[in-house]
Ligand binder design. Sequence first.
Ligand SMILES: *[C@@H]1O[C@H](CO)[C@@H](O)[C@H](O)[C@H]1NC(C)=O
Ligand SMILES: *[C@@H]1O[C@H](CO)[C@@H](O)[C@H](O)[C@H]1NC(C)=O
Ligand SMILES: *[C@@H]1O[C@H](CO)[C@@H](O)[C@H](O)[C@H]1NC(C)=O
Length: 459
Amino acid sequence: MKLGWLNLILLLISVHCLNYSWSEDNQQQRVSALTVLEQPEENIGKRKEEATVEDDLDPEDMEVFYPTNEWQIIKPGQAIPAGLHVRLNLETGKNEAKFPNDGNGKNGLKYWKQGNRHGMVNTDSKSFTAEELKRALKLIKQDGLIDIDESHQEKVQKTFRPIKELMEDFEAMNVVMETDMEIINKLVSKFNNTSATLENKVAALYNLEYYVHQVDNAQHLTAIGGLQLVINALNATEPHIQENAAFVLGSALSGNPKVQIEAMEAGALQKLLILLATDQPVSIKKKALFAFSSMLRHFPFAQQQFLKLGGLQVLGQLFQAKRMESLRIRVMTLLYDMVMEKKLIQEAHDWSTQHQEKCHQYDQVNLLPSMLEQDWCMLVPQLLMSTEHDTREKVLRTMNLMISSCRSEYQAMQGLSSLLNMLRSEYEELAAEEQREGEQDGYFLGLLHSANDIIKKLE
Ligand SMILES: *[C@@H]1O[C@H](CO)[C@@H](O)[C@H](O)[C@H]1NC(C)=O
Ligand SMILES: *[C@@H]1O[C@H](CO)[C@@H](O)[C@H](O)[C@H]1NC(C)=O
Ligand SMILES: *[C@@H]1O[C@H](CO)[C@@H](O)[C@H](O)[C@H]1NC(C)=O
């Protein structure tokens, strides 16, 4: 993201900006608190639509990790800012993170980065005035970096403090100056270092995952051989490495055709299938399924191979496996999306050669017929018992998609019609409430239509 983060919309917090209290005896300079959260201009860089990243939609994953100087547990799936120390606590098996030690503890100022946010955080003071906040905002707007402005220079001169020394206190800023590619190079060599500890390797993957969302960065990872390393790590002996490797891979593949092709050639699909087919902890399966989805979406060749390699059977087993209930909806969503993808391509009125070629590729992907053969008519409606509207929405959508082929199975399913009727009443009420609140095309009305459609078609 380089220095594109200049354009900030939001500045929150806290600047006790450069509060130098200088005393002749210790010459200690205190750069105290400054915490800036900012969001760069919309669409900065080429962060892709995250819609394809189905991985982490759980509320727990949305939680923000606030680093401190103490080790704190990172919750499963929780994203952490780059630049932190991450370790695996071998006693608890949990990942933990904190700010890197700064050696002398003198400077509590840290650069951090999370999602589209960058900022500085001060770890040793919390009091800021509005004036200081404004000043930091101004400085950042001007230069993209906090610079030493004139008033500071005056202070500096008064205290005979060379700028060079001041800048040393801002050494954390150098992180900002590094390009993403340099950071990726470093992370890859950290991960590839045979003498690195497990926690260091996990940390390198964790941080890498953040960077590879960007198309260019993922392609850079591929170009320097890092993608192959990550793919090789899918069958590492250490589960934490496997899990994080799958996470990096999924993010790198997502919406990135060049990387999809490279990963396909490097054998990623087979390795992911093995993870999905064998006995593994849920956390690994979840990330493997995420990477698998990113590999298959909008890539008909991979979809074809997926069918050839028996991938649909593997997904069917995963769908029915004990303790894997949390993955069912993800499996079904992936299948639905692939069926829709083909349908939309085929229905598009586009006579260009490029589109015709695409159609031809999708012609080879016979997912829906295979699903019908493998009992997906019976599997999908099982999820309709969910109490969650979002899940029901996806199930109804998928049932609707399959209904012309699954009609007789649905009709024969014990309890399905009464369940549908129950849902209909529930959504009638919720939709009416929605309308009373002035919402014409509400969410629940959509669900009601969906349920009604199926009921009608089953009559
Ligand atoms: C690998 O890590 C060790 C220990 O952290 C370090 O001393 C060494 O320089 C690293 N090697 C490379 C090639 O980066
Ligand atoms: C990883 O390290 C090996 C030797 O230790 C080296 O041959 C290889 O090129 C490195 N791979 C990457 C991607 O840096
Ligand atoms: C991972 O699989 C490759 C072959 O696909 C094999 O060469 C390698 O030894 C395996 N690694 C581990 C740790 O089992």
